[in-house]
Design a protein around this ligand. Structure first.
Ligand SMILES: [Zn+2]
Length: 137
């Protein structure tokens, strides 16, 4: 009864593909999706974001590590940051971290589970709710 989502994003957070390339990437991702048993649906969502958007892992985020000083950053700080930017996205990833005051970039922090930033995203939704009709009967 659970939905899993696997997100594929570019390594360059600002990069956006041409539509044709995006379609190509999406079908490649579909091919790479693991062989799934009957009753499991896979849906692929391709999204262009106007601004830098967090592709986060939601409640799975347990720890943020600072690569400057090695400290763990309070996830409350992260939650506040997400809330402040949930409507308008991020104009920049530049940030001053609370642990050591270093000026760094949000995508240079260490997230456990992984989080990323992107203006383009391919999301693979895997749901195990059973057949919604169709299939290859
Ligand atoms: Zn630090």
């Amino acid at each position: 009864m659970s939905d899993d989502v696997l997100s594929v994003i570019p390594t360059d957070p600002h990069w956006q593909p041409e539509p044709a390339a995006a379609e190509c990437a999406a079908s490649l991702v579909e091919d790479l999706a693991p062989g799934l048993p009957d009753g499991v649906d896979v849906e692929i969502d391709v999204t262009w974001h106007d601004v830098l958007t967090i592709v986060d892992c939601g409640q799975n985020l347990q720890k943020i590590g600072c690569l400057q000083c090695g400290a763990s950053i309070d996830t409350e700080w992260w939650a506040d940051l997400l809330e402040a930017h949930c409507d308008d996205g991020f104009a920049t990833l530049a940030v001053v971290v609370p642990c050591c005051g270093a000026a760094t970039s949000l995508d240079a922090l260490e997230y456990d589970w992984p989080c990323g930033f992107a203006r383009f995203e391919i999301a693979i939704w895997i749901s195990s709710r059973g057949n919604r009709g169709g299939g290859n009967a």
